[in-house]
Design a protein around this ligand. Structure first.
Ligand code: GTP
Ligand code: MG
Length: 236
């Protein structure tokens, strides 16, 4: 067997018991130095499910995925972090692929729902959310990216070095944490790599991403990150 990776799988949970039950056996915990969960206040048995399997469950003082990312960075000690949300959307087979991209030199690795060979959950539905995602991605690339086009700047399924996450000094509390990380990595000219991913349906439970407030929060991130945009004469 390969050496255990100097990397932590960070599970992000807020009432995801259905997904945990469905996916647990496919999460490659034995291959990673650690697996932890940051929990936003689950009351559906997610915390107990994880604790029974020896996974430390960390609390956050206030809700939000952005807060959870920082709790994870502060609490871990491995070189790398792979963020995995066990709600059914993300294919656990990509966890190691993301870590491999970091080992190959990337400083941000993203599971892309829009790269060639990938599949977005909304492939056959109205696709409105996918279009908004792609528009936000296009704007980020246009304003901030001097490297190869990044096809999914928003997906939460991603990996980076712990020290790099701390260096990015993120501030977003809720969903657009990923957008802020992508933009800040672009501004620094960090190599960003993607793996095409197949996004599945939610396993159960409820979505926490209400479209309009989340969309609005992404626009706020764009505005706060504008200083330094290459189109405005900024950049490296
Ligand atoms: N730790 C933590 N996790 C959260 C918080 N909010 C959401 N999550 C988790 O983040 C993941 C993504 O949230 P979702 O509600 O599925 O968001 P989404 O994937 O954009 O929306 P869907 O397509 O409806 O699944 C899930 O695993 C949630 O449980 C939070 O405040 N803290
Ligand atoms: Mg989801």
């Amino acid at each position: 067997m390969d050496a255990v990776r100097d990397s932590t799988i960070v599970l992000l949970t807020l009432n995801e018991i259905d997904g945990l039950r469905k996916l647990w056996d496919r999460i490659p915990v034995a291959r990673f130095a650690r697996t932890i969960a940051v929990d936003g206040g689950s009351t559906d048995g997610s915390r107990e499910f994880l604790a029974e399997r020896g996974v430390p469950v960390l609390d956050q003082s206030i809700r939000g995925r952005g807060v959870a990312f920082r709790v994870a960075a502060d609490a871990t000690d491995t070189d790398r972090l792979v963020f995995y949300s066990p709600d059914g959307n993300e294919d656990p087979a990509d966890i190691e692929r993301l870590d491999d991209l970091l080992l190959g030199g990337a400083r941000l690795a993203i599971a892309s729902r829009f790269a060639r060979g990938s599949q977005n959950e909304e492939q056959d539905a109205i696709r409105a959310r996918a279009r908004v995602n792609q528009a936000l991605t296009w704007i980020a690339n246009t304003l901030f990216n001097e490297g190869p086009f990044v096809t999914d700047t928003i997906n939460g399924f991603r990996a980076l070095r712990r020290a790099d996450l701390l260096e990015l000094d993120t501030s977003v509390k809720r969903f657009p944490i990923e957008y802020q990380i992508s933009i800040r990595a672009m501004k620094r000219g960090w190599p960003i790599a993607e793996v095409p991913t197949i996004e599945d349906q939610r396993a159960g439970g409820e979505s926490k991403a209400v479209s309009w407030p989340v969309g609005k929060d992404h626009l706020k991130v764009l505005l706060t990150e504008l200083p330094g945009a290459r189109l405005l004469g900024g950049g490296r």
